[in-house]
Design a protein around this ligand. Structure first.
Ligand SMILES: Cc1ncc(COP(=O)(O)O)c(C=O)c1O
Length: 286
């Protein structure tokens, strides 16, 4: 998968601008015509809208997301005990895109991804888009849809298994997985070289005071192979190859030379992935 030329060129342009060089951006079709007043008025008039916005030309934002937004996310996650840096965040258009990117990053056509079921129905569509086979492991109403024992996951693992994906709290079950359950998944991923994709779209939807939410990003020991998507992809990781960004997984076989770092083993984290063992890439990233 080739790196986005738009994203690749931006760091060079930014560095040149910092040195006072005038840059003509031929890499992106930034408009220079005035945005129609009707449209800007529409923005101003929506409820809770952008009344004070005074933009003459509405142009593209940065591909990686607006810096203010990324900084706000770093602060938000810091407040809930998740330490991430701005460069660990890839802003996406909703959780769906984050999950699609994650699947694309960790798996190739025909690979398998394990998912506790019942699961969010659109995982089927995301998996189909990524040409990945979802392999369900059944959770039972009798146990409050807790994760089944490790042995059941192990039975589902084949030579094509690349990752485990789950939502926590679960849609549609509402189950909130305990730290122990998640550490069981973490252990599986470490033992079998899998990525762990935690979908935490509902992390704030917990209504019992004594129920603690454990984020995939708070599992110690799996920093190089865990990622979370909820409208932003978050990743962390350990070693990285030289490169302007530090995103995670790289699914390509070759170094695209550009933006996203690769990770060792199978990492999840968001956007590009690499598996050093399978694909001969030696280091990665985060
Ligand atoms: C568990 C879960 N993950 C991801 C999504 C997709 O989120 P978005 O609508 O931001 O694409 C949803 C949406 O309902 C969801 O329930």
């Amino acid at each position: 998968m080739p790196a986005s030329p738009i994203r690749r060129l931006v760091p060079y342009a930014d560095r040149a601008k910092a040195r006072g060089i005038k840059v003509y951006h031929l890499n992106i079709g930034q408009p220079d015509i005035e945005t129609p007043a009707e449209m800007m008025n529409g923005y101003r008039n929506v409820k809770n809208g952008y009344r004070n916005v005074n933009i003459r030309v509405l142009s593209y934002g940065p591909s990686q997301g607006l810096q203010d937004y990324i900084d706000a996310l770093v602060q938000y996650y810091g407040r809930v005990g998740i330490k991430v840096r701005a460069q660990d965040i890839l802003v996406t258009t909703g959780g769906s895109e984050a999950i699609l990117f994650a699947l694309d990053a960790v798996a190739d056509t025909g690979d398998e991804v394990i998912v506790p079921e019942p699961f969010y129905t659109n995982y089927s569509g995301f998996a189909a888009t990524a040409c990945v086979k979802l392999v369900p492991v059944t959770c039972l109403a009798e146990t409050g849809f807790a994760l089944p024992p490790k042995a059941e996951f192990e039975r589902a693992i084949t030579s094509r298994t690349r990752a485990i994906i789950y939502s926590n709290p679960g849609n549609p079950t509402g189950a909130v997985y305990t730290r122990l359950e998640l550490e069981m998944l973490e252990g599986l991923c470490v033992e079998h070289g899998l990525y762990l994709i935690g979908d935490e779209a509902y992390r704030e939807f917990i209504y019992e005071d004594d129920t603690e939410h454990t984020s995939v990003l708070n599992l110690a020991g799996i920093e190089d192979r865990a990622g979370q998507g909820a409208g932003q992809l978050l990743q962390r990781s350990a070693a990285r190859i030289p490169g302007p960004e530090r995103l995670s997984m790289r699914r390509n076989r070759e170094d695209t030379g550009g933006g996203l770092p690769q990770a060792r083993g199978r990492i999840l984290r968001c956007c590009q992935v690499a598996d050093s063992r399978r694909r001969g890439i030696r280091h990665l990233h985060a």
